[in-house]
Ligand binder design. Structure first.
Ligand SMILES: Cc1cc2nc3c(=O)[nH]c(=O)nc-3n(C[C@H](O)[C@H](O)[C@H](O)COP(=O)(O)O)c2cc1C
Length: 195
């Protein structure tokens, strides 16, 4: 890996929506997640956990996603030919993504602690995205309705009373890199109060 400036990586990283079908070597993925863990974490709780689905393992996740879409009404009447076609195309779409990383953390009852853990997990995710970019690996950070469905968590062997799913990261080598949409000037966001 050729090291590039963190400043360049921050600006050049893009969310990736289309992936090549090749899987990323497990050692590379371990390295990426390992760098991610240097995120700040209050009380050194390191709340991030990852379930990484790839190859035949994806079937379990995709089955859980489809069952959840039916439960929450995003897929109506699954016997209907139109729904059957839609389910099939969603399965194909998800199945072509080389890796799906479910990121979850232990639920804290105290709202301040809960926010600390969620914030640390988000810092972890952004580290992962940036490091992945340096390794030539693309990531899409997704938040989807099934993450709020307790049945989905059960189906992937998580206890919804104990853990919260923060995100599902789609990962793989980019097939296409979207253009840089840029950002609003910080002048419009920053207020400096001096007195
Ligand atoms: C918390 C979070 C959730 C996101 N969820 C989705 C998502 O579900 N689907 C999606 O296509 N992009 C999702 N994105 C990616 C954004 O669409 C993306 O960051 C934005 O368009 C800017 O593009 P860039 O990351 O390439 O700069 C999410 C980003 C964040 C931070």
């Amino acid at each position: 890996m050729k090291p590039i400036s963190i400043l360049t990586t921050i600006k050049e990283r893009r969310s990736i929506h289309t992936f090549k079908e090749d899987i990323v070597d497990s050692e590379i993925l371990k390295d990426i997640f390992s760098y991610g863990t240097y995120a700040p974490t209050h009380y050194m709780k390191e709340p991030w956990n990852i379930k990484l689905y790839q190859e035949d393992g994806k079937t379990k996740l995709i089955d859980a996603i489809m069952a959840s879409y039916e439960r929450i009404g995003m897929i109506k009447d699954s016997e209907n030919p139109k729904s059957v076609k839609m389910i099939q195309s969603m399965r194909t779409f998800l199945g072509k993504i080389p890796h799906h990383a479910v990121i979850y953390f232990p639920i804290e009852d105290d709202p301040v602690r809960y926010e600390e853990e969620y914030a640390a997990v988000c810092a972890f995710i952004q580290n992962v995205q940036l490091v992945a970019w340096e390794f030539g690996v693309g990531v899409l950070w997704t938040i989807t309705p099934y993450m709020h469905d307790p049945g989905f968590l059960h189906d992937i062997d998580l206890d919804p009373d104990m853990v919260k799913v923060a995100a599902v990261l789609q990962m793989g080598y980019p097939a296409k890199i979207p253009h840089n949409k840029g950002r609003t000037s910080i002048e419009e966001k920053l207020e400096i109060i001096k007195e």
